[in-house]
Design a protein around this ligand. Structure first.
Ligand code: BYC
Ligand code: FE
Ligand code: FE
Length: 474
């Protein structure tokens, strides 16, 4: 399954054999590049970045690393290897052969799922476009750009499906994906989190940890799809996604390590004067990014979600590892719901509760990372523990929308919640303080005051390698 790099659009889908599709994608390619140049990493398009590029889709050794200017990155179409005789694993069509073409009756719904997924990818690039100028190190700068070019490739992954399988509608959607803008008042991105700002690197690491992790769970669910091209696309995207999650989790871990070091050195937990980030401020950023990412799973009770599943379009996380009937017609699932000033657990039809069960898997994954961070804090002898806020805290979608819940999970009045909001979420002054720490560090091997160096470099290279060369001057 090696990738053909001789073509204008690198691919492993035999693009040259389909002239119509090839023309459609070659027509979209310059529009993508125009978007990348306008909305991609601001100020760094001519820098040489030590990037990995996909060379095959094998489990082992699928990438090469080299210096590249980002607009020269070989964005392309890479599907994971087909599974022979694959069968639909869930829903009404369980046991039937997977679809290689879009079933007519599911066309609209499937297109919508693909568009929603595709929309997040360029959105994140737009959100992160100003971060290069305030990088804490060349190592981190390179990781930012790696994430950015791969999110660009994820857009290609979805645009391929739209162009290949959805005719004129698909072509129109592919154009619209380049037209919406993160945070725009009149043409915003589709999902809430992708219209928030990512103004500083603490936000960036929180985003790659918490919001890219929604990507992991959504892509894994779509990788179960009965529509085989979607499944194969998502399977390969997941291998790229792992790096984004690595950037987020280790980025926050390194901030924590540095904060703990400064706290010990100076015998105080207020380390702002020493160029560090107080763990209490980090907790507030965590509260924000966790809650905004929880909204991405949709409503607790969703007939959309039930339909995606019953029709075989979107499965559950690790569907095939589960020991049940994979149809869920009779099953129930416990869902937390606000009721008359309390939060109660209510057994709901498992089919309509699928968004909530995916959210549960996500929360458990976030909790595992939190244990690792807290272990680091504990090992430094510091008496502070990070926590995940309650799932009802600060929600804008679903059952908890318009309900005021503390991070501990206590429903309170709006007045009380607003009075205490500053204890839970970053204040303007704290955001400005974090902003003030964001002075660029571009000397190879050097790191900003607020973050520890990583234990090792990229691709077995030394930490002090010049991961980005020919930086803009001034
Ligand atoms: N913001 O029935 P419901 C990633 C809408 S991240 C705004 O509960 P459903 C990445 C919803 O669309 C992964 N609107 O929704 C990460 C619906 O609208 P309509 C992205 C929202 O369909 C970092 C209405 O509310 N992939 O890859 O059950 C960097 C009713 O909601 C939100 C996917 O999301 C929100 N947060 O579930 C780069 C997978 N939530 O139809 C990339 C594809 C809901 O009434 N998408 N709404 O107009 C899906 O599976 C589903 O669309 C959702 C929503 C899970 C998002
Ligand atoms: Fe992505
Ligand atoms: Fe990602």
């Amino acid at each position: 399954m090696s990738i053909n790099y001789d073509e204008r659009i690198p691919n492993n889908v035999g693009l040259s054999a389909d002239r119509r599709l090839q023309r459609a994608l070659e027509n979209w390619q310059p529009k993508f590049l125009k978007w990348w140049n306008q909305m991609g990493p601001c100020g760094f398009q001519t820098a040489d970045v030590y990037l990995r590029t996909a060379t095959s889709v094998d489990a082992k050794g699928w990438a090469t690393f080299d210096y590249l200017k980002m607009p020269d990155y070989r964005w392309g179409i890479f599907l994971a290897q087909a599974v022979a005789d694959r069968k639909i694993g869930f829903g009404e069509h369980r046991g039937e052969p997977v679809w290689q073409e879009v079933p007519g009756e599911h066309r609209g719904v499937l297109r919508r799922l693909i568009v929603t997924q595709g929309d997040t990818e360029p959105a994140s690039v737009e959100q992160q476009r100003h971060l290069g100028r305030t990088c804490p190190s060349l190592y981190d700068l390179r990781n930012l750009f790696q994430v950015n070019v791969e999110e660009g490739r994820h857009l290609w992954a979805m645009v391929y499906l739209l162009q290949a399988y959805f005719g004129r509608d698909g072509r129109e959607e592919a154009e619209a994906l380049l037209e919406r803008r993160s945070g725009s008042a009149d043409n915003p991105r589709i999902l809430g989190a992708f219209n928030e700002r990512t103004p500083d690197w603490l936000s960036f690491f929180m985003f790659t940890h918490f919001t890219d992790r929604d990507g992991k769970f959504q892509l894994a669910s779509l990788a179960e799809s009965g529509f085989d091209p979607l499944s194969r696309t998502c399977r390969f995207m997941l291998t790229e996604e792992a790096h984004h999650l690595f950037v987020g989790e280790t980025g926050i871990g390194r901030i924590i390590a540095r904060s703990c070091q400064l706290m010990r050195e100076h015998g105080t937990d207020r380390i702002g004067d020493y160029g560090g980030i107080d763990l209490a401020i980090l907790q507030k950023y965590l509260n924000f990014h966790f809650s905004v990412s929880l909204d991405l799973f949709g409503s607790e009770l969703s007939t959309n979600a039930a339909n995606y599943f019953s029709t075989g379009l979107k499965g559950r996380f690790k569907e095939s590892d589960r020991n049940d009937d994979h149809r869920l017609i009779e099953s129930t699932y416990p869902v937390l719901r606000p009721r008359a000033g309390a939060i109660i657990e209510s057994e709901e039809p498992a089919l309509t509760a699928l968004n909530e069960s995916l959210r549960d898997a996500y929360i458990a994954d976030c909790a595992r990372a939190l244990v690792r961070w807290n272990k680091g804090i504990e090992d430094s002898g510091i008496d502070f523990r990070l926590t995940l806020p309650h799932r009802g805290f600060r929600r804008a979608i679903g059952e908890f929308k318009g309900v005021y819940v503390t991070p501990e999970g206590v429903p309170v009045s709006e007045t009380e919640w607003r009075a205490r909001e500053e204890q839970w979420l970053p204040t303007q002054a704290e955001r400005e303080f974090i902003g003030s720490l964001m002075t660029p560090v571009v000397e190879p091997g050097k790191f900003a005051t607020w973050i520890a160096p990583p234990p090792r470099g990229i691709n077995h290279q030394p930490i002090e390698m010049d991961y980005v060369k020919h930086l803009p001057t001034g």
